[in-house]
Design a protein around this ligand. Structure first.
Ligand code: SF4
Length: 274
């Protein structure tokens, strides 16, 4: 198998997720690496805002973003996995819809993969470990952190991904199980049809007839009850207050600019949500 010491031409590939960090990395790297390839692994279950944002980015970069598919559909994969919804412990979705298409796209070519983990993040990657693929982390290496990413996107005119305007923190599938409950509430408000589609997946699986929920311990049917929705919103507000209290030493200008820190989110999926 080829590795980076072979004489084959090394490919440079920047993986876009539709999220802010990888978009900022694409902006940051523009014109710095000859022949950079931009790819996006389309699960077919993305939000419409993600496609819109990728179009915007494509126009800015002046380079086609390759959109890989995985030869089947999420629904077919779900059938193959016995109807058991993916979860943090059963993350077949990332493997089959993101990682495998990436490795298939690269093949055996030696490749440098640019990953948008920031300097202020302490995250480990769900990345390829094939010997011909070398991951590099320009933001981490150059000390670029959250406020810089916001600034890069603002200065470029691209701005933040449109789904962030209605309070969704990450890109990825509309039903992603990494969403916080408040994000489900917002999804229902912004895209009730997508919420309904996510809800329709919560039914007994074929392996043991249990019903798996996207939100681990709570069904979407329960979550959308008005009193429950109110409670989630209240809890979220209280958490925000506490968070603000903990961070009161941050300069006022930074707070007003919304550039002081990234709102805390649950663990996410690197390959889907950077
Ligand atoms: S965004 Fe979430 S549901 Fe979609 S592939 Fe990634 S981890 Fe799975």
């Amino acid at each position: 198998m080829a590795d980076l010491r072979d004489n084959k031409k090394v490919r440079h590939i920047l993986s876009l997720s539709g999220g802010k960090d990888s978009a900022a990395l694409a902006v940051h790297m523009r014109g710095r690496v000859e022949g950079m390839e931009y790819i996006f692994h389309d699960t077919g279950k993305e939000l419409p805002e993600t496609y819109e944002y990728l179009d915007r980015l494509e126009a800015y970069l002046g380079v086609k973003i390759v959109r890989t598919t995985f030869g089947t559909t999420f629904d077919d994969l779900l059938r193959r996995y016995g109807g058991m919804l993916p979860s943090n412990n059963r993350r077949w979705c990332t493997k089959m819809m993101k990682l495998k298409p990436f490795e298939d796209y690269v093949g055996s070519d030696p490749c440098i993969n640019y990953i948008a983990i920031r300097a202020d993040e302490d995250r480990v990657g769900y990345i390829s470990h094939k010997p011909n693929i070398k991951a590099i982390f320009p933001f981490r290496d150059e000390g670029i952190s959250y406020p810089d990413v916001i600034r890069i996107l603002k200065d470029s005119g691209i701005g933040l991904p449109p789904f962030m305007e209605w309070g969704r923190s990450r890109s990825g599938c509309y039903f992603c199980f990494y969403q916080q409950k408040i994000e489900w509430v917002r999804l229902k408000h912004k895209h009730p049809d997508y919420y309904e589609m996510a809800k329709a997946y919560e039914k007994p699986n074929r392996v043991n007839a249990n019903i798996f929920f996207w939100c681990k311990d709570e069904s979407l049917e329960s979550l959308e009850r008005p009193e429950r929705t109110r409670q989630i919103i209240e809890n979220w507000k209280k958490t925000q207050e506490r968070e603000r209290g903990r961070r009161k030493n941050i300069p006022l200008a930074a707070v007003l600019a919304g550039m002081d820190f990234e709102p805390p989110t649950r663990e996410g999926c690197l390959i889907c949500q950077l």
